[in-house]
Design a protein around this ligand. Structure first.
Ligand SMILES: N[C@@H](CCC(=O)N[C@@H](CS)C(=O)NCC(=O)O)C(=O)O
Length: 216
């Protein structure tokens, strides 16, 4: 059965692959699962039909027959469980890969999202700059710790897994901040993820949506 995901009709990132359907598309491409995309406007996301898929009125969602999921991490996990390729068969290696998925979303992503909120929401406040500096220090702490763990390895564990997919997706949210470049092994790690053919196909598909709708 071909699953359907939802994505922004017009992504605020202008197709830079930062909207959270990116990780889901990437996972589907890694495992070779075809998928359909239902594009939603900001207004449609808040309407009852979409809230039935995601109570928080956000993208991405995932529909596969009767199954309806939201939360990009849960969707990627589901895809990884259904197909070989994203979770290693060895039970311990599998549990570690899942641990890295949680670490990406629960330990690394929060200060990175906080930075975006600080810039877009608190930016005009008198204390905005001070808060941004504090948030960036928290990000540096996490990046330094992750950098130490990774060392000169290619991936977080022996093989590329859904844990790397989520971690690279999260680190990409640092965008042009320059923070990741302070840790060359992390910048190389993200570049390694982006060089995977499945990432390239997912990125191109997301960009094509933006270009089509921006032109129209
Ligand atoms: N934790 C959720 C976050 C979902 C999320 O923040 N989605 C954003 C797009 S990247 C969204 O729909 N924003 C529009 C809104 O909240 O109105 C996930 O990983 O799926």
């Amino acid at each position: 059965m071909i699953p359907t995901i939802t994505a922004f009709e017009t992504s605020p990132d202008r197709g830079r692959g930062l909207a959270r359907d990116m990780g889901v598309r990437w996972a589907l491409e890694e495992v070779g699962q075809a998928y359909e995309v239902r594009l939603v406007s900001f207004q449609a996301m808040k309407e009852a039909a979409h809230r039935a898929r995601n109570p928080f009125g956000q993208i991405p969602t995932y529909e596969e027959g009767e199954l309806v999921l939201f939360e990009s991490g849960a969707i990627v996990f589901h895809i990884a469980e259904q197909h070989p390729g994203l979770l290693p068969p060895d039970p311990h290696a599998r549990a570690r890969a899942i641990t890295w998925m949680f670490a990406a979303l629960n330990t690394v992503e929060p200060p990175i999202v906080d930075r975006q909120v600080t810039i877009f929401v608190d930016g005009k406040e008198s204390w905005g700059k001070q808060r941004l500096a504090a948030v960036e220090e928290r990000i540096r702490k996490r990046l330094a710790e992750l950098s130490t763990h990774l060392g000169q390895d290619d991936w977080l564990d022996a093989e590329f897994s859904a844990g790397d997919l989520m971690m690279v997706t999260v680190l990409r949210r640092l965008g042009t901040s320059g923070l990741m470049e302070e840790y060359p092994n992390l910048a190389a790690y993200v570049a390694r993820g982006e060089a995977r053919p499945a990432f390239g196909r997912a990125f191109a598909a997301q960009l094509a949506v933006f270009e089509t709708h921006a032109a129209g």
